[in-house]
Design a protein around this ligand. Structure first.
Ligand code: NAD
Ligand code: UGA
Length: 332
């Protein structure tokens, strides 16, 4: 087993719905579930037949037995038929970026992160789906003074995106209080990275800048720190949340790789053997200086801990970008 893979979890769901399955984390989750024998219905409004990112994310999953892809928008599609016989719904669909959530796009955030989630919850309640695992965000904590964030801390979201994620998880937990509602586990993911990471995210951009020699825009002085969490670790926690007997609540998924942006730049430079060209820009609104997860609850309730350190994760992530470039140069 490669060093970065999690050991197999003991229990796997038999049948699952994954929303946002053409996205970064959702596609990794769907791949892992199908490989382990779970029958997966994936729903995403991105169409792999005309969206190259969705096609690359789904890869061999598209058309494979054990996986059915539904190209639909959760804001208006019929959700009930997708849920029949599902043991669990993994709700990862949503609009994810912190910085673009200011200004006119806010309505899209509210629509996908709240109104679509409301439709998923109503359907789960009607069909009596036993469990919903929802992707929440470390951004709900807001600015910190240096210590680790525990789930019991008062959330202080500092961006419109973070406000929608906090509202989303609270909406899910409210449905969990209804007798006929699903049990809900809301996972607060901390800045996830690894192959297929979204192109707007820092690590993707830093590794790309390292590979191409093009300049990297750095927002602020680069001393801001994140608990960077490798995507396989995030998937392992998400799968574990499907079967844990814990009834409902919030769980941090992060920890183990706290680093500054400058440290990431240094590791990326080491991987390619040359310095990156860095263009410093102003710090962006809504960005926090630090995220740090207290991961004790994940350990106690999910038996989970992060396994992939930042050096190893960045090495594998960079390898994936290089392999992708080789693939495209053959195709063109
Ligand atoms: P992503 O953009 O790659 O994936 C999200 C997917 O949801 C996309 O494919 C998108 O098309 C789909 N989607 C959005 N609205 C939809 C709708 N109305 N109907 C159907 N599909 C819809 O993002 P990601 O980085 O994989 O993030 C997945 C989830 O995890 C999001 O909810 C995000 O808020 C959360 N999250 C991500 C991170 C991270 O570091 N990537 C950290 C914390 C939380
Ligand atoms: C990430 C995800 O993008 C969100 O979807 C998620 O909700 C959040 O993690 C989370 O942990 O909950 P963020 O921490 O902002 O958000 O991650 P990046 O987008 O990778 O940015 C990290 C840092 O790099 C930020 O300070 C950002 O300003 C900076 N950055 C980003 C740059 O300096 N340059 C860039 O080109 C991009």
């Amino acid at each position: 087993m490669p060093q970065h893979e999690q050991p197999p979890t003991t229990a796997m769901p038999r049948r699952a719905l994954v929303t946002g399955s053409a996205g970064f984390i959702g596609s990794h989750l769907a791949h892992t579930l199908v490989k382990s024998g779970t029958t997966v219905i994936g729903v995403d409004r991105r169409d792999p037949s005309d969206d190259p990112t969705a096609a690359a994310n789904l890869g061999t999953l598209y058309g494979r037995p054990g996986y059915v892809h539904i190209n639909a928008d959760l804001l208006d599609c019929a959700i009930d038929p997708l849920l029949l016989d599902a043991d669990v719904v993994f709700h990862l669909a949503g609009i994810p970026g912190v910085r673009p959530s200011w200004g006119p796009q806010f309505g899209d955030y509210v629509a996908s992160n709240l109104l679509a989630t409301h439709r998923v919850l109503e359907a789960c309640t009607r069909i009596r789906v036993p469990r919903l695992v929802v992707a929440s965000s470390s951004s709900v904590y807001g600015p910190r003074d240096g210590g680790a964030s525990a789930e019991s801390d008062l959330p202080q979201p500092a961006s419109p995106y973070a406000v929608t994620k906090l509202a989303e998880e609270q909406l899910c937990l409210a449905y969990a209080e209804r007798a006929e509602g699903p049990s809900v586990l809301s996972l607060r993911y901390f800045t996830v990275y690894g192959p297929r990471q979204r192109a707007d995210m820092f690590i993707h951009r830093a590794l790309r800048a390292a590979l191409t020699g093009q300049p990297l825009s750095l927002y602020g002085d680069g001393l801001q720190r994140r608990d960077f969490t490798y995507v396989d670790d995030v998937v392992a926690a998400t799968v574990a949340a499907a079967t844990t007997p814990r009834a409902h609540g919030v769980i941090n998924v992060g920890g183990g790789s706290n680093a500054s942006l400058l440290e990431v730049i240094g590791i990326a430079a080491g991987l390619v053997g040359r310095d990156l060209q860095v263009r410093q820009e102003h710090m962006r609104n809504g960005d926090v200086l630090l995220t740090r997860a207290d991961s004790r609850r994940a350990r106690d309730l999910l038996g989970w801990q992060p396994r992939v350190d930042l050096h190893e994760g960045l090495r594998v992530h960079m390898q994936a970008l290089t392999a992708q470039d080789r693939h495209y140069s053959r195709v063109i």
